[in-house]
Design a protein around this ligand. Structure first.
Ligand code: HEC
Ligand code: HEC
Length: 339
């Protein structure tokens, strides 16, 4: 019981709150009569998550989510036969072992996107980027299709499909890709127990010994910030990370902290997929952190100067804990699969 209380106290103290930025509603395209015909979609937000981010000009509706889902799985929105789902596959928590894409889960609670944070803002902003820059979506194909015009008309009440509407519909669907039912979530809700190995792993994770929680903070299992976690001693090309966006030397080798939810399913690891297994990742933090000018100060703590000094059992326990973050409900949720 003492351990549980301790863990809960740590949990509460390490949850950070996201600041909600409010956008002006886009009044041009919406008429009140039509809006009322749409069915509001309610997304549950666990009390250990930061604030849910939903801009007022793109409220979640059942019809909008359904349209976004159809687009997500359809090659019609790309100029070269690809669909979003090709590189963001549900069985891998919407990532992909080959392209090492970033997972789509709980992005409704994030406001920094891509490994180097090239796009900061709302899901609408990153979707506008994906549709215009990455996919170069040709809306003429949608406008002349037999199915899409009526679906867009229903959701956005306009007669012409625009790239903004495509982005907004995708944003609605991606917002519903919520992973909140891992074994660890069930443990937090007193619905299940953890094994003693998993508990030991959690204690390592969430105390100064393993020290994962400062960056992969509980709730979302990320801290919505950029860090250099010491994987490189020199920085070139994409390994320069956040520097490639800001050109600030203090940002060399810094990347957005990825969420560790479903990490068992999202191999290979790091922005360039350099580590194949969780054991490789843990050995990196244990004994291979490179000391450079931008290395995160965490790794300079007195207790970390000679690495984490984890025992073989510690490493097994940490991996066991990380696997409690796998959410089989999420990766099998029929509402998120190909329609
Ligand atoms: C060819 C593979 C591929 C396709 C197709 C693809 N993506 Fe991605 N996606 C990636 C990769 C790789 C990344 C990580 C890139 C980076 O950060 O440098 C990524 C990152 C993202 C992110 C950022 C997630 C985060 O946590 O920051 C979002 C959102 C996203 N993609 C949405 C989409 C959408 C929507 C589509 C369809 C319009 C799409 N992607 C199609 C490979 C792909
Ligand atoms: C100083 C912040 C920081 C600390 C402390 C930290 N991490 Fe990380 N972690 C990161 C960042 C940033 C990345 C992404 C780096 C990259 O892609 O180059 C990352 C990546 C990872 C990944 C790869 C995830 C993926 O989807 O590719 C795993 C797994 C991971 N960390 C586990 C841990 C564990 C376990 C600990 C504790 C032993 C830990 N981290 C401590 C910041 C941190």
């Amino acid at each position: 019981m003492r351990t549980t209380n301790y863990i809960l106290a740590l949990l509460i103290s390490s949850i950070s709150i996201l600041v909600f930025s409010c956008k002006k509603p886009n009044t041009e395209e919406v008429t009140p009569v039509e809006v009322s015909t749409l069915t509001p979609y309610t997304l549950n937000s666990p009390n250990y998550f930061p604030k849910l981010i939903i801009p007022s000009d793109n409220p979640l509706t059942v019809e909008g989510v359904s349209l976004g889902r159809k687009l997500y799985y359809d090659t019609i929105i790309s100029n070269d036969g690809r669909a979003c789902a090709q590189c963001h596959s549900q069985q891998y928590a919407f990532t992909d072992p080959v392209s090492n894409s970033l997972a789509h889960m709980n992005l409704a609670w994030n406001n920094k996107f891509l490994w180097n944070g090239l796009v900061e803002g709302t899901l609408e902003d990153i979707m506008t980027f994906e549709v215009n820059v990455f996919f170069n979506t040709d809306v003429n194909k949608l406008n002349s299709s037999s199915t899409y015009p009526s679906l867009f008309k229903e959701v956005f009440n306009s007669n012409t499909i625009t790239t903004q509407q495509v982005a907004y519909a995708l944003a609605q669907f991606i917002r519903t890709q919520a992973s909140t039912n891992s074994k660890f979530d069930k443990y937090l809700r007193y619905e299940t127990m953890l094994t003693s190995s998993e508990i030991s792993g959690f204690v390592l994770y969430n105390t100064e010994k393993g020290d994962c929680f400062h960056c992969h903070s509980l709730g979302l299992f990320n801290d919505n910030a950029y860090h250099n976690n010491g994987i490189d001693s020199v920085f070139t090309g994409i390994n320069m990370g956040r520097y490639n966006v800001t050109h600030n030397p203090n940002d060399l080798g810094k990347f957005k902290t990825p969420s560790l939810r479903n990490v068992e399913l999202t191999a290979p690891y790091m922005h360039d997929g350099r580590f194949a297994t969780l054991e490789d990742v843990i050995e990196h933090y244990n004994s291979k952190v490179h000391n450079t000018a931008t290395l995160d100060p965490i790794f300079f703590k007195p207790s970390h100067l000679y690495g984490l000094q984890l025992t073989a059992q510690d490493k097994i326990d940490l991996v066991a804990f990380l696997k409690t973050l796998t959410d089989t409900t999420f990766v099998n949720n029929p509402a998120l699969s190909q329609p």
